[in-house]
Write a protein that binds this ligand. Structure first.
Ligand code: ATP
Ligand code: MG
Length: 318
């Protein structure tokens, strides 16, 4: 393994959360509902991606903002799993997000708090620390949305620094903050189908041609590759000259929250081992399915992901 390969993957997520996963036999709106089990974990997309990378055998570093007692919970959870934390401490307390599982209907409902907006000083500290972290990493992932009212050039700043340092960038985000990174030619942008529609406009839900056209447009604007996922349905990988269609494994999902972040982790892991973007995507999609099988977001068992890999179907369309 060369020195570059040994450098860690840096997972950037501005908005970590305490993730509560509540299980109900049957949920009734407007009634008193008692959870029969509650699981607490560190959530937010970068934490989930780092969690999966760690399970796969990487040594990721996770950064972003945490604050208050809830921020302490996030950091403790990650450190207990051996994950290196490089958070900036800000004044706003870390948010709490809840996933509600109704075991009768099988529905999964997410209750999401918005993250507090970091102050100008917080951003300054983040920027300074980020430069040091980027110098020492071999790949960077940017995961998730920005807090409301955050400047929409934040991700572009990170992308510019990464490009200057020659660090490959994978970004899982949407709308203007994502669009602003395209000029820096990120290696991969990853969105789900709804996020692609919200970024590019149009109703892409049932129109593959329009969806592919929108993804191609993001590639024409600078992304090297665009991966569009859609839960259990086909995922599409678009490059400058190529178009690939993947069918995820057929599974009975328990909790699909975090499947996208697990996909990012799987792709990053495989790319760091020299795999092609298509092979890395296959492994990423298998990791996404492995995540959907478990209760806690990011709780991916590598042996399950490796088994599911054989079930990901792949077809070159162009
Ligand atoms: N029900 C499922 N069955 C099989 N595979 C799934 C299922 N849900 C997710 N996956 C796998 O995970 C990948 C990513 O899932 P999805 O499109 O739901 O991501 P997402 O919407 O970004 O999720 P999140 O943002 O909550 O992490 C899919 O392409 C697929 O490979
Ligand atoms: Mg996602």
């Amino acid at each position: 393994m060369t020195d570059t390969e040994q450098k860690p993957i840096l997972c950037v997520g501005i908005t970590p959360c305490v993730q509560r996963t509540l299980q109900f036999k049957r949920l009734e709106l407007g009634e008193v509902n008692r959870a029969h089990a509650v699981t607490i974990s560190a959530g937010g997309k970068a934490c989930t991606t780092a969690h999966v990378l760690q399970a796969l055998g990487e040594r990721p570093v996770v950064t972003g903002f945490i604050g208050g007692n809830t921020g302490g919970l996030v950091e403790t959870y990650l450190r207990q799993r051996g994950i290196t934390c490089d958070f900036i401490t800000s004044t706003g307390p870390t948010r709490i997000c809840s996933t509600v599982l109704d075991e009768t209907s099988g529905t999964v409902t997410e209750l999401v708090e918005e993250a507090p907006l970091p102050t100008g000083e917080d951003w300054h500290n983040f920027d300074t620390r980020l430069m040091e972290s980027l110098v020492n990493c071999g790949m960077v992932t940017i995961n998730g949305a920005l807090p409301p009212k955050a400047p929409d050039y934040i991700y572009a700043n990170i992308a510019q620094k990464a490009v200057t340092l020659g660090v490959p960038l994978l970004i899982d985000s949407q709308r203007t903050p994502l669009l602003n990174t395209l000029a820096y030619q990120p290696l991969l942008i990853k969105l789900n189908r709804r996020e692609l529609a919200e970024t590019c406009g149009g109703d892409l839900a049932n129109d593959d041609t329009a969806m592919i056209h929108a993804a191609r447009d993001l590639v024409a604007r600078g992304a090297q590759w665009a991966l569009v996922t859609h839960g259990p349905h086909a995922a599409w990988l678009v490059g400058a000259e190529e178009l690939w269609c993947f069918q995820p494994p057929r599974i009975k999902a328990r909790n699909p929250v975090g499947a996208g972040d697990s996909t990012t982790a799987g792709v990053a892991y495989a790319l760091r081992r020299g795999q092609t973007m298509t092979d890395a995507t296959r492994f990423g999609l298998a990791c996404g399915a492995a995540d959907a099988l478990t209760l806690v977001p990011g709780d991916v068992h590598p042996e399950v992901a490796r088994r599911l890999l054989a079930e990901v179907e792949i077809e070159r369309v162009k």
